[in-house]
Design a protein around this ligand. Structure first.
Ligand code: PMP
Length: 440
């Protein structure tokens, strides 16, 4: 019998039947597949590999920890890497935001934030508060709790009978608005929507508001006009509502500061990080909370929540080495400098292609959006599948970028161009050359 053509069958499945190249090795900003083809990691995976691949310092720290212990159950043991990492993280936070709870990823971090917030409300005599308002579009994770605050119908609709969906307000997609307002006025208009929603829901039922300060997959590096951020904080304070920053994608230095919150001097009540936090060396995330939230919960009998692998010594050793490397090599400074250069180059695409409608982002969290008409910002037709086709073109040329079409939302086909924070000018040139050829 003839062997059928094509790749050998595999027992693996992920989100679709699409076959992907098999990863062989990775170093710096490059990955190689099993056939020896090289790819520039233009989206750091999914904004994960902040310090690049195969970093010797991180690998050495992990090996050293492996020789000592790879696991100790958290209810039985604390471990030194976790203690050191928590203290380093706390030193990078605004004052008072210094209680750290480790998890193994972004969804777990968001889930933990929601559950801590709720337990704080109960412990502090505010049991009527349970609603966490979020934005639309937004992405906060794939567990059912995180989905309850995720504003992406594509992700939530199949699970609607299982979800208790929370109220949502529009994300500040000011770049799509065609009105007489200044950008700042537009930003404030979006912030006021939170106040209106809180009043509509009944402030005594509202527990928190969750947002990505710089958007990720759902909105493609969306940044609001500056006044938005302080006004949101003010509104939360007016009603005693917790402000939760989801910095799973924007945190750990990607925007040029450890937290994107720092750009606006905002102190959230809870912030979550993951992705770049251990930069792909190990599954790791963290919830960092105001001690005034955590202490009442512990006093009232404890935080009813946990994950078996949370804060294991190997993951924390990786995270510690990643954060140390980020700080010591000033990778956040590099993200600011190289991000500015890359953003200018991406803006140049707008002069060349009328269908590049917008370029946005901060540091090395950057995106561009394709539209059919830049004046109206009308998206490309869904059937055109731009978000798939451009990625395929880039792939062929050995460049990886990350795309989404936020169907049902206002945003159209957007592409995140987010290389590791170690990228240099030559990498920017290579990205632009491959991207231009793909757009052509
Ligand atoms: N929040 C944000 C902002 C994210 O971008 C993501 C992942 N794309 C998550 C949460 C969920 O993280 P994870 O996939 O690690 O569970």
């Amino acid at each position: 019998m003839d062997t059928p053509a094509g790749p050998p069958p595999s027992n693996l499945f992920y989100q679709s039947r699409a076959r992907r190249p098999v990863l062989d090795r990775a170093e710096g900003v490059y990955l190689w597949d099993r056939d020896g083809k090289r790819y520039l990691d233009g989206s750091s995976g999914a904004m994960v590999s902040n310090i690049g691949h195969s970093n010797p310092r991180v690998l050495a720290a992990m090996r050293e920890q492996m020789d000592k212990a790879t696991f100790g159950y958290r209810l039985h043991f604390e471990n030194e890497p976790a203690e050191k990492l928590a203290s380093l993280v706390a030193s990078l936070m605004p004052k008072g935001l210094d209680r750290v709870f480790f998890v193994s990823g972004g969804s777990e971090a968001v889930e933990s934030a929601l559950k801590l917030a709720r337990q704080w409300a109960v412990a502090s005599g505010q049991a009527s508060r349970w609603k966490v308002i979020s934005r639309y579009p937004s992405y906060h994770g794939s567990t059912l709790g995180a989905l309850a605050v995720t504003g992406m119908a594509l992700m939530t609709a199949p699970f609607s009978p299982m979800l208790r969906e929370m109220p949502r307000i529009p994300a500040p997609t000011c770049y799509l608005d065609r009105d007489e307002l200044t950008p700042d006025e537009r930003g404030l208009r979006y912030a006021e929507m939170l106040r209106t929603e809180i009043l509509r829901q009944g402030p005594e039922t509202v527990l928190g508001f969750i947002m990505e300060p710089v958007g990720g997959a759902s909105t493609g590096a969306l940044v609001a006009p500056d006044p938005y951020y302080a006004r949101i904080r003010e509104i939360c304070d007016e009603f005693g509502i917790l402000l939760i920053y989801d910095e799973v994608m924007s945190g750990a230095g990607r925007t040029g500061r450890f937290l994107a919150a720092e750009h606006w001097g905002i102190r959230p009540d809870i912030v979550v990080v993951s992705k770049g936090f251990a930069a792909g060396y190990s599954p790791l995330g963290a919830l960092i909370a105001d001690r005034r939230l955590v202490e009442p919960v512990l006093d009232a009998g404890g935080f009813i929540h946990g994950y078996t692998y949370a804060g294991n010594p190997l993951a924390c050793a990786a995270g510690l080495a990643v954060v140390e490397e980020t700080l010591e090599r000033d990778l956040m400074g590099n993200a600011t400098r190289i991000g500015a250069l890359l953003k200018t180059e991406l803006r140049g695409l707008m002069a060349r292609y009328p269908f590049v409608g917008d370029v946005r982002g901060k540091g090395l969290l950057l995106a561009f959006e394709l539209v059919s008409d830049r004046e109206t910002m009308e998206p490309l037709p869904v059937a055109y599948d731009a978000y798939v086709r451009l990625v395929e073109q880039a792939y062929e040329r050995g460049l990886i970028i990350y795309s989404r079409r936020t169907r049902g939302g206002r945003a159209g086909d957007h592409f995140l161009v987010c290389p590791p924070l170690i990228a240099d000018r030559d990498h920017v040139a290579e990205i632009m050359e491959k991207l231009t050829a793909s757009l052509d």
